[in-house]
Design a protein around this ligand. Structure first.
Ligand SMILES: [Zn+2]
Length: 294
């Protein structure tokens, strides 16, 4: 390989480029650090060991990166250094973004606040719920009770009348609820299969209810305690639908998401996911299934 490195001016140019890249790196944060370190090493070692094997090898490597120029002037070295450094910075940025995305996904998968419970994702058999008492003798996961009570308090301060009408349910309670609904439909003349299918649209099959998870609560207005779509017109519900995310709660079964959640519109069922996730879900207009799949 024939190379020559002569011109002092060109060396200064290489240094200037390195300095500019360092400034750019400082402006862009720490993510380009390794690339700049690499560039500096190349330039410094190239300077200090001119005509040495090491320099030859570096130039060879850089030339290889840019299409294998055999003849490299020091101006060429400066240019190829710049190109290689930019490429390296881009590669590191992409790798960092991939790693961050991977970390985000792992953190979400391990986060109890995002545990998905629905028809396809039953509650894990060994799931242990630690509940505590809240208003009216209802129970809720002790990790979200403060934010629930704060939300209800602020809703009342705003002049509304929210009331808990269901919170944590143990498995037996959910079984009873499910069977009662089937009997109800049967008593109105439906076959067992029909009654069960209709029930499954309204009541979670035991083992697939968020209420068993301890992170769900049904909230109504004292003035209207019926669980129907009219609920969304009460002042309490309007306030909750607009503000619950600030306390880490999301309206879990919005009207537009029925096909995805598999549950009818329930403008009373709230699920705790924590404040940062609730904010993102609310702002993006997603349901939990969509949020977890994005
Ligand atoms: Zn509910």
């Amino acid at each position: 390989m024939n190379s020559h490195y002569t011109n002092g001016q060109d060396n200064i140019r290489a240094w200037l480029i390195a300095a500019l890249l360092m400034l750019a790196g400082a402006a862009a944060g720490t993510r380009v650090g390794p690339a700049l370190q690499w560039l500096q090493t190349v330039v410094i070692q190239g300077e200090n060991t001119a005509e040495t094997e090491l320099r030859g090898e570096r130039v060879h490597r850089i030339a290889g990166l840019t299409g294998g120029q055999a003849q490299v002037s020091s101006r060429g070295v400066a240019d190829t250094l710049l190109q290689a450094a930019v490429g390296e910075i881009r590669r590191i940025e992409e790798e960092t973004a991939r790693n961050e995305e991977q970390k985000r996904r792992e953190a979400m998968a391990a986060d109890w606040r995002l545990l998905l419970v629905n028809k396809e994702h039953p509650l894990p058999e060994d799931y242990e719920v630690r509940v505590t008492y809240t208003e009216l003798g209802y129970q809720i996961d002790e990790r979200c009770v403060d934010e629930l009570e704060q939300m209800l308090q602020d809703c009342r301060k705003a002049g509304h009348d929210p009331k808990i009408c269901s919170a944590y349910r143990d498995r037996q309670y959910q079984i009873n609820l499910f069977n009662n609904s089937i009997w109800n439909y049967q008593s109105r003349g439906y076959s067992y299969e029909e009654a069960r299918a209709l029930t499954a649209e309204e009541v979670a099959v035991p083992g697939t209810s968020e209420h068993e998870l301890g992170l769900a609560v049904d909230l109504v207005s004292y003035a209207n305690q019926r669980l129907n779509e009219e609920q969304e017109n009460t002042g309490a519900q309007k306030w909750l639908m607009e503000n619950s995310w600030k306390y880490g709660w999301i309206l879990r079964y919005p009207t537009a998401k029925k096909d995805i959640t598999g549950i009818i519109y329930e403008p009373w069922h709230y699920r705790y996911v924590g404040r940062e996730y609730a904010r993102e879900i609310y702002e993006k207009g997603l349901c939990l299934e969509e949020f977890l799949a994005q």
